[in-house]
Design a protein around this ligand. Structure first.
Ligand code: F6P
Length: 366
């Protein structure tokens, strides 16, 4: 692929998958073809694919036909492929190298004008660093965690919320039948958006989020209170990043250099802590990656489609370094630098938390 009169843009999906990624790819490809007459090339498996020399695939309206309702990403993704700290195995040893310049060189060699990066917090940080090296990038925010700043919502979140709410509804009937406490651990990294929203939508009795460290005695007192009113069962929704006052988030495994890498285990911890303190039958469940799967909800399909079309608009205008975002009812664009400055967390004093408290939901503290 040398330089041609038609301009070329590449698209990559990075980080954990989220329902709606294919809708973005489709929107970019269709609008590039119909309005701008740009060629779109897909990078496979995030930055790893680009650096491994995996050939790019040309994406046409024909190749994206039928992908709108599909979960996952037709391009593949990688949660670990940071080109600034790329891990490779040399002679059986893990070697970490900064291959960021190779990303930009490869795109130049391929005659790619710029890149649309669809990703969450980690991918947007990489985008920001590549832009500082001269990278021509437009960002599209995605994550089921909804923790990316500068956008009201990220696509993927609504679908994950449906999955979590459906699970909580199902747990209710079995909890009630058996007079049990059911603890449901949901994803969200260090943000409580999925837990708080799914907890409210599913009518949970206790919701524990990372933004409000909890006291297990408050949780037990809530169970006592329900018990005294004849409710012999309770539903507890716990964000994977939640932790007790004075404690820290729990991790399942350690990553490179001993750094904590996978959150998990707090649901089980809460269940055990209740069982130690009260003569109640408690069960815990981890929803895990179910929340990332499935067909995107109509809301996520529409949001992803709008963001994809808006990203291609920015590409055609040469407005690099920007991220498309939802503000109120409008799609806007913001500097990627702003989006990565701070994560978007639940405000412990905010209206959503206030609503939960007003309804008597126990948040574990205060
Ligand atoms: O960021 C999305 C997310 O699903 C988080 O909610 C979760 O902590 C993490 O990714 C899990 O990552 P992995 O798929 O690498 O286990």
């Amino acid at each position: 692929m040398g330089r041609q009169s038609t301009q070329n843009v590449a698209i990559s999906t990075g980080g954990g998958d989220a329902p709606g990624l294919n809708a973005v790819i489709r929107a970019v490809v269709l609008s590039a073809a119909h309005v701008y007459h740009w060629r779109v090339y897909g990078i496979r498996d995030g930055f790893d694919g680009l650096l491994d020399g995996t050939p790019l695939i040309e994406l046409t309206p024909e190749t994206v036909r039928g992908i709108l309702p599909r979960g996952g990403t037709i391009l593949g993704t990688s949660s670990r492929g940071n080109p600034f700290a790329r891990k490779t195995i040399v002679d059986g040893e893990v070697v970490i190298t900064d291959d960021s310049h190779k990303v930009l060189d490869r795109l130049d060699e391929l005659g790619i004008e710029g890149m649309i990066l669809v990703g969450g917090d980690g991918t947007m940080h990489i985008a920001h660093d590549l832009i500082r090296l001269g990278g021509r990038i437009v960002g599209v925010p995605k994550t089921i965690d909804n923790d990316l700043a500068c956008t009201d919502v990220t696509f993927g979140f609504d679908t994950a919320l449906h999955t979590a709410t459906d699970a909580i509804d199902k747990l209710h009937t079995t909890a009630e039948s058996h007079h049990r406490v059911m603890v449901c651990e949901v994803m969200g990294r260090n943000a409580g958006w999925i837990a708080l929203n799914a907890g409210l939508a599913g009518g949970a009795d206790v919701i524990l989020i990372p933004e409000i460290p909890f006291d297990i005695e408050h949780v037990c007192a809530k169970l006592d209170e329900r018990n005294s009113r004849g409710a012999k069962f309770s539903i507890i929704v716990v964000a994977e990043g939640a932790y007790p006052i004075g404690g820290k988030p729990m991790y399942l495994e350690r990553g490179s250099a001993g750094r904590a890498s996978r959150l998990g285990g707090i649901g089980r911890w809460v269940a055990d802590a209740i069982a130690e303190r009260r003569p109640i039958e408690v069960r815990s469940i981890v929803l895990g990656h179910l929340q990332r799967g499935g067909s995107p909800s109509p809301f996520d399909r529409i949001l992803a489609t709008r963001l994809g079309a808006a990203a291609m608009r920015l590409v055609a205008q040469g407005k690099w370094g920007r991220m498309v975002a939802l503000r109120g009812t409008e799609i806007v664009d913001v500097p990627i630098a702003e989006a990565v400055a701070m994560p978007k967390l639940v405000d412990p004093e905010g209206e959503l938390v206030r609503t939960a408290r007003d309804l008597g939901v126990e948040l574990g503290a205060g």
